[in-house]
Write a protein that binds this ligand. Structure first.
Ligand SMILES: NC(=O)C1=CN([C@@H]2O[C@H](COP(=O)(O)OP(=O)(O)OC[C@H]3O[C@@H](n4cnc5c(N)ncnc54)[C@H](OP(=O)(O)O)[C@@H]3O)[C@@H](O)[C@H]2O)C=CC1
Ligand SMILES: N[C@@H](CC=O)C(=O)O
Ligand code: NA
Length: 374
């Protein structure tokens, strides 16, 4: 970063959501040397509290922001935050709101913020994979005001997936198919659970570790039901469909993706992640049977997603792969692998691979997007 950034107008940053990813994002943001940082962190909102410092007293490195936020008397109030940020935009400040929640209510406010000229940066998939009307409103609001929305971390966390896809499309390449392992949680689970051998750790135990490592959604069932992958496929499909001719079905929401859930029927609708994890061992034998069947065929189990543009199909589910297939041999930890088959990248696809979940890599993807505004 050049020292010129000290003379540039700093971007005022408001963070909504200070959980796993949000806290790590704030740490990474504040670790940019202050004399070089193009940002001022001026507002924090959790689900219950808020802290608005204004642009003249931004949050500094080593600021005890967590305790300040926890003891703040100001309740969380996104309406008030919207008017505070709108006033800053009106006085010619550059403003970015970073949504680090997984909340639908927060996502529903993106069109309002974008209309007001507030840039939106987020790893939250809800707005881009939910109701098609919300996505249309977001695109329209951004086009009208010029404020940007950037969501690289919604697919593959910090891995470059959305940016290269946008570049392939903008430069006139034709996407034939995108396929891969899109879930860090599912990757970790099956890399550990299914190695080609008939035995190994219990399914419920690897799910519990994936949660402890911070790979899962706030409720792990949102990963195991395949919806997290379906959301990512919807985000990519909409990018492909926007502004290009394609035979992909127009997805009303992620629920339109053909998705094979791994949730045992009796555990459907369990309200808390803790209870879900507690009851999962009851179904370990069912998952062990699938592992034995795959092993008999010299195969491993992997949860994959496909956007088949040429075939006009978007689907997610558990599949079996030979033990020498790249999905079996080259993945470890929470790795995602995403293969872009395009007219240019054919017959060998463009491949992106690496950790696809976890606080550090996700926060990096969010901060990387914020830096794109500079
Ligand atoms: N973890 C990962 O590897 C990845 C995560 N993501 C996405 O990043 C986002 C954050 O995930 P993660 O940090 O793991 O989840 P967490 O549950 O740790 O954090 C989410 C935070 O959002 C806060 N929150 C919820 N609703 C509101 C609201 N209305 N206003 C303000 N704050 C709110 C919660 O606050 P409180 O604590 O006060 O209840 C919670 O701390 C999610 O959208 C997830 O899908 C994307 C890629 C990878
Ligand atoms: N729960 C998700 C987190 C990243 O999007 C995953 O496991 O991939
Ligand atoms: Na990404």
């Amino acid at each position: 970063m050049s020292s010129a950034s000290t003379n540039q107008q700093k971007i005022l940053v408001a963070v909504v959501g200070v959980g796993l990813v949000g806290s790590e994002f704030i740490n990474q943001l504040l670790s940019i040397p202050q004399n070089l940082s193009p940002f001022k962190l001026i507002s924090l909102t959790s689900s219950s509290r808020s802290l608005f410092t204004g642009k003249d007293a931004p949050i500094q490195p080593n600021d005890p922001w967590k305790s300040r936020l926890a003891s703040s008397e100001a309740p969380a109030d996104l309406k008030a935050l919207t008017s505070q940020l709108t006033q800053l935009v009106a006085s010619k400040e550059r403003v970015a709101l970073v949504d680090n929640t997984s909340s639908d209510d927060v996502a529903a406010l993106y069109p309002t913020w974008l209309k007001e000229g507030i840039n939106v940066i987020t790893p939250n998939k809800k707005a881009f994979s939910g109701d098609a009307q919300l996505f249309t409103d977001i695109v329209k609001a951004s086009q009208e005001s010029g404020a940007k929305f950037l969501n690289e971390a919604t697919v593959g966390a910090g891995l470059p997936v959305i940016a290269p896809l946008k570049e392939l499309l903008a430069t006139g390449d034709k996407i034939i198919k995108i396929e891969g392992v899109f879930s860090g949680t599912m990757s970790y689970i099956f890399n550990e659970f299914s190695t080609g051998k008939p035995d190994g750790p219990a399914f419920s135990s690897v799910v519990a570790v994936a949660r402890e490592k911070g790979y899962t959604e706030p409720h792990p069932a949102d990963d195991l039901n395949g919806f997290d992958v379906a959301r990512k496929l919807t985000i990519l499909s909409r990018l492909i469909s926007t502004g290009s001719q394609s035979s992909l079905p127009s997805l009303q929401s992620f629920a339109s993706v053909q998705t094979a859930s791994l949730i045992p029927a009796p555990l459907e609708g369990i309200p808390t992640g803790d209870e879900f994890i507690k009851r999962l061992p009851e179904f370990d034998d069912e998952f062990a049977k699938l592992r034995v069947e795959a092993s008999k065929e010299n195969k491993v189990l992997r949860f994959v997603g496909v956007v088949d543009v040429a075939g006009g199909q978007v689907r997610a589910g558990l599949e079996k792969y030979p033990i020498d297939h790249p999905f079996a041999t080259s993945l470890g930890g929470s790795d995602n692998i995403i293969m872009f088959h395009t007219e240019r990248y054919s017959p060998r696809p463009l491949i992106v691979q690496g950790a696809g979940a976890g606080a550090a890599v996700t926060a990096m993807g969010v901060l990387g997007d914020l830096l794109k505004l500079v």
